[in-house]
Design a binder for this molecule. Structure first.
Ligand SMILES: [Zn+2]
Length: 182
């Protein structure tokens, strides 16, 4: 994946796929032929939250992104801001996207999501209050832990691990096949 870069962000020269010696040997990447800037294309960390609504019987909040065409509900996710820890970031994201008050957070685990070149840092977030979704999210549902369905991708595996930690056997939904990443 190119990550969308076509021009050097330092000198605006068109990038080229060029081989160069790196610590791991010769490697072809998008590089600038003029100033040697390299597009490393490292995976981006993404924060995700399994939100447990403490004042809604411990049900799990899943939300549907307004940009999604499928009617699919998933974890609250967001990117980290500079200058915050992952835990501060997930508290901020849950607050911004749901208006819930966060009582506690604990790390579920770290998951790869190679199709999007992301690494998912997933938290269990205990929250309370009245849900008011940000415009990014179209709707939400509350699921009893024993009724929620997981999906076979990064955040879905995080949800499954959370459920296992609570003594539930995670059930997975079928997903339409996607083209393999290049
Ligand atoms: Zn350049």
């Amino acid at each position: 994946m190119s990550g969308g870069f076509r021009y050097c962000p330092q000198c605006a020269t068109p990038l080229q796929a060029l081989a160069a010696e790196e610590d791991g040997g010769a490697k072809t990447r998008l590089r600038c032929p003029a100033c040697a800037w390299t597009h490393w294309n490292n995976p981006t960390p993404v924060l995700a939250a399994v939100v447990e609504c403490a004042d809604q019987g411990g049900r799990i909040l899943l939300a549907r992104n307004a940009a999604w065409t499928q009617r699919m509900f998933a974890l609250i996710t967001g990117f980290m801001e500079a200058g915050e820890t992952p835990e501060q970031g997930i508290r901020r994201e849950v607050g911004e996207e749901t208006a819930l008050q966060v009582d506690a957070t604990s790390l579920i685990g770290v998951y790869d999501f190679q199709r999007m070149n992301q690494v998912i840092i997933a938290y269990h977030v205990v929250a309370r209050g009245e849900v008011r979704l940000s415009p990014e999210l179209a709707e939400y549902k509350l699921y009893a832990p024993e009724a929620v369905r997981c999906w076979p991708a990064g955040t879905g595996y995080a949800l499954a691990d959370f459920l296992r930690s609570r003594g539930h056997v995670p059930q997975f939904i079928e997903m339409p096949p996607r083209p393999a990443a290049p």
